[in-house]
Design a protein around this ligand. Sequence first.
Ligand code: ADP
Length: 192
Amino acid sequence: MINIVLFGPPGSGKGTQAQNLIEKFNLKQISTGDLFRFNMKNDTELGQLAKSYIDKGELVPDQVTIDMLTDELKKPCDAQGFIFDGFPRTANQTEALENIVKEILNSDINVCLSLIVEDQVLVERLLKRGKTSGRTDDSNQEIISNRIKEYYAKTAEVAQLYKQQGKYVEVNGVGAIDEISEKLFAEVEKIK
Ligand code: ADP
């Protein structure tokens, strides 16, 4: 089994690259952002709760997010492993993920692949995406700035934790999509 944490600030291209990785290695992507958006679209209780945070560019509370991810991981599937996209986003979630993967999959996180993109490029990409995505959190600069602020305040430390475990790999997230994918593929090949 290969279990990958795809890491990086909002707009760094995690969703795009996850798509290429799942096809190449037959993995299942679990995106907490997508799961929240699905719940918001269907106006579930979880969706309403998540919306109150997401629309401000804040993180949804840990336990809510961890419970949602646990439920998703319990669903049967025949993939060769998982890509976690947008999770973990806090130190607490990082520890939770390790435990959940052990308990449910009897496995480990193999690598944290981190996409590096400077802030100015992130803002440009997110504003551009906002024109077509219909995502309220991409719609204005203030919310986007808050998401990037949350990233540095709460999420950046996740990188430190994977560094300590020797599982952290940085990849330049600026350039052609396929070139970035090739670099990510090469890193996955190393741990296969
Ligand atoms: P992006 O990476 O572009 O910010 P996502 O789709 O991953 O977009 O996440 C959108 C929003 O969903 C985040 O700003 C946050 O409010 C919420 N969210 C997603 N994943 C998590 C998480 N692991 N913990 C807390 N909140 C999350």
